[in-house]
Write a protein that binds this ligand. Structure first.
Ligand SMILES: *[C@@H]1O[C@H](CO)[C@@H](O)[C@H](O)[C@H]1NC(C)=O
Ligand SMILES: *[C@@H]1O[C@H](CO)[C@@H](O)[C@H](O)[C@H]1NC(C)=O
Ligand SMILES: *[C@@H]1O[C@H](CO)[C@@H](O)[C@H](O)[C@H]1NC(C)=O
Length: 330
């Protein structure tokens, strides 16, 4: 996508050069070096502009998103296989696709280390294949980093070699897992037309913009400020305002429209509010908002589902829910 754009810009600039009468007395052709500099300058200016599509232009048109995994390796592998993102050896098979996990990898189960390490491997393998693995902070990541261990299981402690070893491992600055998480997670991720968070993104937060939200969260985590406003109840890791349709359906869809407008996206994707009664992806407000936490872990019933977004060449998108029984448009 970038290449035709760049080529188009080049042709256009050469056309402008050709059309413009030279103001200098000599009619010597523009030096190649200068033309290249101008074109590069324009291309850079164009790239750093507000168009959200260009930064993603080098990745492919398929994005798969999975919700809360809660330390359940078997179910994590099952949902990634369902979406064709890994092979039988637990290796990346997603090619140039993007995989987004919307947080809450940890707590309520035994396989914390195994699931974080799986994502760390996939991240590297995806990168080598031209794909992308994106991890978003859930409230349980932030709780564990901040020392709130209410939902840690005994098997989880044992897998780290005890409570003290676990505490050391989660240190953002010195622990092997804390460092891994800090350097690879953000509180929100925006692809071409979609924004992903763990909890719900309320308009007041969305208006700050994705980069500011990510910076605020990183800064707070690095400095141990786990009570920062961004980690409070109405913030992007805890809110259930959209999922619970607070204020009614109409008011909810209005808030969602405000977020879409603020961020220039078509839809919001959240985890966090488990849809274990149905085991299905919740879609409201005409597909503008979806909850992909279907209760994948056995703790929440072991329902398998992933969201698939296919971007077509004409800029339109198709959105599907992937279930063991088949693929359904949402
Ligand atoms: C894929 O999985 C196999 C078996 O687990 C492993 O030996 C191999 O190194 C993996 N490939 C990559 C690219 O990591
Ligand atoms: C996190 O977000 C910031 C700002 O949006 C971005 O610059 C950075 O690359 C992101 N980090 C990762 C690991 O995606
Ligand atoms: C719902 O979305 C479809 C396709 O994006 C659009 O054609 C339709 O007008 C929308 N309906 C409402 C009520 O917004």
């Amino acid at each position: 996508m970038l290449r035709p754009l760049f080529f188009g810009a080049l042709v256009f600039l050469l056309f402008i050069y050709w059309r413009q009468p030279s103001s200098s007395t000599s009619s010597a052709p523009v030096s190649k070096g200068k033309a290249e500099r101008v074109i590069r300058h324009q291309a850079v200016r164009h790239n750093s502009g507000a168009s959200p599509d260009l930064s993603k232009a080098s990745t492919s048109g398929r994005t798969v998103a999975v919700g809360d995994l809660h330390s359940d390796l078997a179910q994590t592998l099952a949902v990634l296989r369902l979406a064709n993102m890994i092979d039988q050896n637990q290796n990346w098979s997603g090619g140039k696709d993007t995989l987004v996990q919307t947080g809450d990898i940890v707590d309520r189960g035994p396989d914390t280390i195994a699931v974080y390490n799986l994502f760390d491997n996939l991240r590297k393998q995806a990168k080598a294949a031209g794909g992308l693995v994106v991890n978003v902070y859930g409230n349980h990541e932030v709780m564990n980093l901040g020392g709130d261990l209410r939902y840690v299981t005994e098997e989880d402690y044992a897998s780290f070699g005890g409570r003290q070893k676990r505490k050391e491992a989660w240190d953002v600055r010195t622990g092997w897992l804390g460092k891994q998480i800090y350097s690879n997670f953000n509180i929100t991720y925006k692809s071409a037309h979609t924004v992903f968070t763990h909890g719900d993104l309320e308009p007041e937060w969305a208006r700050l913009g994705v980069d500011t939200l990510n910076f605020m969260a990183r800064d707070a985590i690095w400095n141990g400020q786990f009570r920062a406003p961004i980690f409070q109840g109405d913030g992007p890791i805890w809110s259930r305002g959209h999922a619970m349709q607070e204020g009614g359906e109409e008011a909810t869809c209005k808030r969602i429209e405000a977020v879409k407008k603020a961020l220039g996206v078509n839809r919001l994707i959240s985890g966090h509010t488990p849809q274990y009664q149905t085991g299905k992806i919740l879609s409201i407000c005409n597909g503008s908002y979806m909850v992909i936490d279907v209760g994948i872990s056995k703790y929440y019933g072991g329902h398998l589902a992933a969201l698939e977004i296919i971007e077509h060449n004409d800029g339109t998108e198709s959105v599907y829910a992937l279930y063991p029984g088949g693929k359904r448009k949402v």
